[in-house]
Design a protein around this ligand. Structure first.
Ligand code: GLU
Length: 292
């Protein structure tokens, strides 16, 4: 089986230890399978993406030895592909325009689909939403770590695929690009596991193949929160002396038990060991992995 994996960061800031663990898990899974590994910069929301962040991310991946194949894909250049997908979804009545404001429905927990039969507020700017009620419901799929998953996306609401302000939404862009890049294996953080049902519905509505999924436990800091830019996880270092032990730590956080002797070893040596030893099932299926 050919294998094509990817890392798809949103360049809202530099990578941190949590994103390194996700990138490393995805890279190891691809390399251990003899596969390709692609880099996609998910910069569909320019106000959230400082201009230097994409370049910093690429530099950080390089110093950790996580090299990618081919050209980098930038989502800000993919408008035409997203528009074609939206047109198809609109023609087949899988999406509908909606001008409701969050204030109007947030007491319900999720958007209940009021505009499915026609816009309630045609005079307002319109977002486009996915009709989750058309199914399949529930969505059933296999996660390689967490096993059989069964989730009904109507309980999470009709997700936005194009925003009122005209920007593309993550759910549509990720599905279009995974298909365009021929991604066979999605390896990413556990925080996206519950986004998978929307993505599976979109893939089916667009006649795209189903990738395999492996969600990885999130790294939780001492404050009990997942490491993230929002809670100020420090950016990954670029100097080799700091990079080496941090790579060793990331392998440990992926439960790969790297030998202590590799702690200060060059990045290439550690990665060669890790590709050989890679075993995703060494991970415990849990949402969070505490920092050690
Ligand atoms: N861009 C998303 C993020 O940074 C990840 C997308 C994905 O892996 O599906 O959280």
């Amino acid at each position: 089986m050919p294998y094509v994996g990817r890392f798809a960061p949103t360049p809202s800031g530099p990578l941190h230890l949590g994103s390194l663990v996700a990138a490393l898990g995805s890279w190891l899974d691809a390399r251990a399978a003899g596969g390709r590994w692609l880099l996609r910069i998910e910069d569909i929301d320019p106000p959230r993406c400082p201009p230097q962040a994409a370049a910093t991310i690429q530099r950080q991946l390089e110093v950790f030895g996580l090299t990618w194949d081919g050209e980098v894909c930038f989502q800000h250049q993919r408008d035409d592909a997203y528009q074609a997908a939206l047109d198809h979804l609109a023609t087949t009545a899988r999406v509908y325009p909606c001008g409701c404001s969050r204030k109007e429905w947030q007491h319900l927990g999720h958007y209940p689909g009021w505009c499915r039969e026609g816009p309630r507020h045609p005079e307002r700017p319109q977002a486009w939403r996915l009709r989750t009620d058309i199914g399949p419901n529930p969505v059933i799929w296999q996660d390689r770590l967490f096993g059989t998953q069964r989730l009904d996306p109507t309980t999470q609401g009709d997700v936005v695929v194009k925003r009122k302000d005209g920007l593309w939404a993550y759910q549509l862009a990720v599905v279009v690009d995974d298909a365009a890049q021929g991604i066979t294996d999605v390896v990413r953080g556990y925080d996206l596991l519950d986004n998978t049902p929307w993505q599976r519905q979109l893939q089916q509505a667009l006649d795209y193949p189903e990738p395999r999924y492996l969600h990885l436990p999130l790294i939780r800091g001492d404050d009990g929160q997942k490491l993230s830019k929002q809670n100020l996880a420090p950016p990954l270092p670029l100097d080799d002396a700091t990079v080496r032990p941090l790579l060793h730590r990331a392998l440990t956080l992926l439960d790969q038990r790297p030998p202590a002797a590799l702690h200060q070893a060059p990045v290439a040596t550690q990665l060669a060991w890790a590709v050989d030893a890679w075993s995703p099932l060494a991970l415990t299926p849990r949402a969070y992995r505490d920092l050690t």
